[in-house]
Design a protein around this ligand. Structure first.
Ligand code: URP
Ligand code: ZN
Ligand code: ZN
Length: 460
């Protein structure tokens, strides 16, 4: 099967040019300036951009957490991803203490297999380190899992200590892996939470006040220090705050291989959201929390300057009814996380490119090319190149959008960006050569998404 996409403008992380993209089966086989008509299907992309499919390297689908399970599973989550122009996700397989990393992967593979609309891969979260788990790290890198997550917060659930952090960094770094960290000081947060609850302060806002920006900055700094000692590359997930960003910028100035992602919630929302009436602030309970108004612009500057290399979502959806409500009388019982898989690309385009904060090439880099490079998928993904997977987004820069829960594919009863408007809509989405989304309609097949083993870390 051959498909020719003609009259569009190909936009990559470095260039824009007019070319027809010829797809055969799953791959891009030619980029032509004077296309012939030798194709089974011809698509006219006049006035449209052709981007490499976006990659979201931070999702939590079908995940048990905070006494409940995320509202999106691998089917609803990956259809929502596709709706928003994301053609590959990397989710987290979380080790159960006492079990192996492979056992976690087996569980997550079972959750995803045959259920995905787009391609997927897994990071492995280490929560309980012992000699056998240490030995698994190099073996898993060879098997296509080159990224390991550790949590410096979520005390009593996922949090590891500094000794574990250092050991994982050394072991992973020596074998070609990348360590990802949730950087907040979980011990500090634990003390503040207990004080707050004892004082009867139980509304959603107090979740944010128990997660001060200094607790994030301190953890980022400690993680960077350990990475430097171990000689390993380091990646900070969902960085939310200007202070923490400063630590990353300092490290990069010293030439350390330190990388960081931020997420749309920290670019578009702020702490005022916790004061929404009728317990509405619970929708924004996430860790790290939303920060003070004004912090967003520092993160935008971090994206533009290159100190932040990736925008991912940390998509972790819980319904307001029945799930967020679990914490109506105690913020510590509110499941922590928010949806965003479907809206990342258009929010970043509208808020970033249209508003002049980042270039269109930086935009492509942040949502697709840099994630592909950092996580061992490039140039198979993250690129519009002959030989790459035909994961493509035909994007209409003039189409207007209004974000609404009523029209979303995310399987959750609210949307943090309800009512946001802008211009720029992913119109047609191809996953390995198959058209899976067309003008807002899912036209793919669940189960088409395939597991993607990844290459060891080589940098950006
Ligand atoms: O609150 C959040 N971020 N929930 C998802 C789990 C995590 O810490 O990334
Ligand atoms: Zn986290
Ligand atoms: Zn997360």
């Amino acid at each position: 099967m051959r498909t020719l996409i003609k009259n569009g403008t190909v936009v990559t992380a470095s260039d824009s040019y007019r070319a027809a993209v010829l797809i055969e089966d799953e791959k891009i086989i030619a980029l032509e300036s004077n296309p012939g008509a030798d194709a089974d299907e011809i698509i006219d992309a006049s006035g449209k951009y052709i981007f490499p499919g976006a990659i979201d390297v931070h999702t939590h689908l079908d995940m048990p957490f905070c006494g409940t399970i995320t509202a999106d599973d691998f089917t609803t989550g990956t259809i929502a991803a596709a709706a928003g122009g994301t053609t590959c996700i990397i989710d987290y397989a979380l080790q159960t203490p006492g079990e192996t990393l492979q056992a976690a992967l087996d569980v997550w593979h079972q959750r995803a297999e045959g259920k995905c609309a787009v391609d997927y891969s897994f990071h492995v979260a280490v929560t309980d380190l012992n000699d056998a788990v240490m030995a698994e790290i190099p073996a898993l890198i060879k098997k296509g899992y080159p990224s390991f997550k550790v949590f410096m917060a979520h005390k009593g659930v996922f949090q590891i200590d500094d000794a574990t952090l250092l050991k994982v960094l050394k072991q992973s770094g020596e074998a070609g892996g990348l360590v990802l960290v949730h950087a907040e000081n979980g011990d500090v947060i634990d003390v503040l939470v207990k004080e707050m609850v004892a004082a009867g302060r139980t509304e959603p806002l107090y979740h944010a006040l128990c997660h001060p920006p200094q607790a994030e900055e301190e953890a980022v700094n400690r993680f960077i220090t350990m990475a430097e000692i171990s000689g390993a590359p380091a990646y900070i997930v969902h960085l939310s705050d200007a202070g923490a960003l400063g630590r990353v910028a300092d490290a990069r100035l010293q030439g350390l291989p330190v990388y960081a992602e931020t997420c749309p919630q920290y670019l578009f929302l702020n702490i005022d959201r916790y004061s929404e009436p009728d317990f509405g602030g619970a929708k924004y309970v996430m860790s790290p929390p939303l920060r003070e108004a004004g912090n967003e612009e520092y993160l935008w500057s971090g994206l533009a300057s290159g100190n932040l290399q990736v925008v991912a979502t940390d998509h972790c959806s819980f319904n307001f009814k029945g799930q967020k409500e679990l914490g109506r009388h105690d913020f510590t019982k509110i499941p922590s996380g928010a949806p965003g898989l479907e809206t990342r690309v258009q929010l970043l385009y509208a808020g970033g490119v249209n508003e002049g904060r980042i270039s269109i090439h930086k935009f492509v880099d942040l949502v697709s090319t840099a994630p592909a490079k950092l996580f061992g998928l490039y140039p198979q993904k993250g690129s519009v190149t002959v030989g790459s997977d035909a994961d493509l987004v035909i994007f209409d820069p003039e189409a207007a959008f209004t974000i609404s829960q009523a029209t979303q594919y995310q399987n959750v009863d609210h949307n943090p960006y309800e009512g946001f408007t802008g211009k720029g809509v992913p119109e047609k989405i191809f996953s390995r050569g198959r058209l899976i989304f067309d003008s807002g309609k899912y036209v793919g097949q669940v189960g088409h998404g395939r597991f993607q083993p990844r290459k060891p870390f080589t940098g950006l």
